[in-house]
Design a protein around this ligand. Sequence first.
Ligand SMILES: Cc1cc2nc3c(=O)[nH]c(=O)nc-3n(C[C@H](O)[C@H](O)[C@H](O)COP(=O)(O)O)c2cc1C
Length: 180
Amino acid sequence: MTKLGIILSSARPNRVGEKVSHWVRDAVPTGVDVDLIDLREVALPAFDETHSPKAEQPRTTAHALAWAERIAALDAVVILTPQYNGAYPGALKNAIDFLYTEWAQLPTLLVGYGWGDAGEVLPMLEALMTRVGADVVSTIGLGFREDLSVEGELFVREDRTAALREQLSAITAKAPVSVS
Ligand SMILES: Cc1cc2nc3c(=O)[nH]c(=O)nc-3n(C[C@H](O)[C@H](O)[C@H](O)COP(=O)(O)O)c2cc1C
């Protein structure tokens, strides 16, 4: 079965990201297995490996090995990002930095939320994921006022929900078909 990861990158106790993750999960096509990856629970320390993951040296920490295994098991991923000072949360950058080959060619959809349809963070995250070799298929930006309230009430525009369904189908359709 196709496995889709949904990465929730905010750690705040009152995070809006949790509601956004439900909006994404509810639009996942049937027959797709979802791994909701909460970076608050993954709780990686600041990058502490001996080598750059790009150097393809053996990993030295249990947390890096476990994180690599979790992402390697995915066929596609949706990364949710708030906009913090015009960028992504530090925890998300750290989690991305821990890996390299695991991101390569991974069909990826980026979902941002913030003021101005998350128009600052999405190009930055797209550049980062492209740099680590992910196959960024699309980005969707949700705006405070237009799609959600700052308290986390969602009233997402129809075109955004339609785009989400379409792009989830697109990234999960890219997953390799298993031959039995
Ligand atoms: C440290 C910090 C910086 C922020 N900077 C921005 C910003 O530059 N642009 C923006 O649209 N919203 C900004 N916000 C507002 C967040 O987008 C908003 O709080 C959002 O709900 C954060 O996502 P979360 O609730 O899932 O953590 C910022 C919030 C925080 C906590």
